[in-house]
Design a protein around this ligand. Sequence first.
Ligand SMILES: [Mn+2]
Length: 441
Amino acid sequence: MFDPAVFAARRDAYMQAIGTSGVAVVRSLPERVRNGDAFHPFRQHSDLFYLTGFVEPDTTLILRPGAETERVVMFVRPRDPELEVWDGRRAGLEGAKERYGADAAYPAVELNSKLAELISNTEELHYSLGLDDEMDLKIAHAIARLRKMERKGRRPPRALVDPRAALHELRLRKRPEELAALRKASQITSEAHVAAMKLGRPGSFEHELEAVINYTFRKAGGSGPGYTTIVGAGENATVLHYIDNRCAIADGDLVLVDAGCEYDHYTADITRTWPANGSFSAPQKRVYELVLSTQKSAVAMAKPGATLDEIHQFCVRSLTEGMLSLGLLSGGLDERITDLSYKKFFMHGTSHWLGLDVHDVGAYTKDGKARPLEPGMVITVEPGLYIAADAADVPPELRGIGVRIEDDVAITADGNEVLTAACPKELEELEAICRGRVRQA
Ligand SMILES: [Mn+2]
């Protein structure tokens, strides 16, 4: 948990960006029923966490940079000793003010009656419409109520502004404390991947690897996986978001693991692919070396001024060249890139922003063009090659091979820092780890 001053500084920066004519409403998402009376674990909405560090449900933050008093207003669940016995401690109104920097705090149930007044007579309402129907309706009702109050000197905001405009630009550039959290998440994630490499072998199950990965996350103090852990052996590695994780691992399988630990609400995102029996077969090796050399060159390109589009175009060219020499495609390189036939084997993007969300916020284009990378931005670099088990017109020995290699890269003033550098990816290194384990068995 960061220093409260960190969150105060973020609120100040956001209020500066909004300007004195605007108001922002940021609300936690509703708790969701899993089944019966059991709920999915609650995880705070990233925008609200970013601005408050407050982790309880049913919370609303209203930022009013133009107001003279009550510039930071929070609606929270009040203390309730009886309920807290069942559901855990609450910060309450006092806690919201004393520990979370609210100028004023009200019980969550009073949001409806106070919302209209708090957003009235502003020009822009910064609010993320479309995430939560119930809250959208509250906003709509507040606006409707204010329309009827013009003669009493109250009117609704004139424009609705998506948080992408200001808040998500702030979230896109990571501050030192955020990079520290991402470093920690990356370090734990690297350990978890190595633990999986050591445990997995022909005969073990995908879910066993998922278990050791998620165990490693929690044991090290992470909150758990930042997204559902993917463990795909053999042809399951060619299914991009395979999360069933229930198959046995066979001798000769490659195992693709895509998993990231969430630490202090920031998540890492690593993919590694390794041979269950400790040796890449010759065809597996050819595919792996192609993806690895592409990935390493792509990581080296990630520096200020470069764009994600350039990095992706490089990967497309490099992988397509490899597809031609592997016999997956035929014809000319430029032709195969132009007609998009490479997408049969490399169908996803190379990079995404990374931070509080695994696919973090932030615009990918600026003025209609790919935006240049800047220090503080954190990206993934994750080329892959996937040859379906039933792919027609490909060398039979390549069928069912799926390889993805993914690292997390922070852009620095003069290049980059690979946050996930501790996670092995060299072919010989992977074989050594997997063989060492096989010997111990
Ligand atoms: Mn990713």
